[in-house]
Design a protein. Structure first.
Length: 184
């Protein structure tokens, strides 16, 4: 189940938890973020490579590319046995921004997208079928967890793909990680 936890700046221990997808979408829309539930029902092998995933979801990818003018797409796929999972997790756990808006379609697994548009932090636990669009310039980080299980299509308006500008802020170190979330 998708989940949104809003951590208030004034009291990080005080948080609001939203479980209803429509309420999550409404709350995130108020900060300029789009959250949608899409069908992610294409059968994929656990070891499906980028080409297989993009082929399985070619209609959805084409729709997003046409709608938003994306020029490239790739797949991030990390399983618990991925040798570089710790380094990859650290790379995404540091707060950063992008010069383009970011779209992620979770076709399998799950992850925690933390958005920091103002004094609050909006932690979105995404799972299979979630589509999240984050505006350009919004501070955020992503947590794949200690035992990662994620397969997500990423779309870009440039051909360079994923390029981050790190903020240097250590806020991600002060908030719960994915494994600290209540059981889904």
């Amino acid at each position: 189940m998708s989940l949104l936890t809003v951590y208030e700046h004034a009291d990080r221990d005080k948080s609001q938890v939203i479980r209803n997808p429509k309420e999550i979408a409404t709350r995130l829309k108020s900060i300029g973020v789009s959250f949608e539930r899409w069908s992610a029902s294409k059968p994929l092998a656990d070891d499906a490579d980028q080409a297989a995933v993009l082929e399985a979801y070619k209609d959805q990818v084409a729709e997003l590319m046409q709608k938003h003018g994306f020029k490239s797409a790739d797949v991030i796929s990390v399983r618990p046995d991925f040798p570089e999972r710790v380094a990859l997790r650290q790379k995404f756990l540091s707060e950063h921004t992008h010069s383009e808006f970011e779209v992620r379609f979770f076709v399998d697994g799950h992850g925690l997208f933390c958005l920091h548009p103002d004094e609050n932090v909006y932690a979105v636990y995404c799972q299979k079928g979630d589509l999240l669009s984050v505006p350009a310039g919004m501070k955020h980080w992503f947590d794949s967890g200690a035992e990662p299980n994620i397969k997500a299509i990423r779309l870009f308006t440039t051909t360079e793909g994923w390029v981050a500008q790190y903020t240097g802020d250590k806020i991600a170190d002060t908030l719960p990680k994915m494994e600290d979330l209540p059981a889904q």
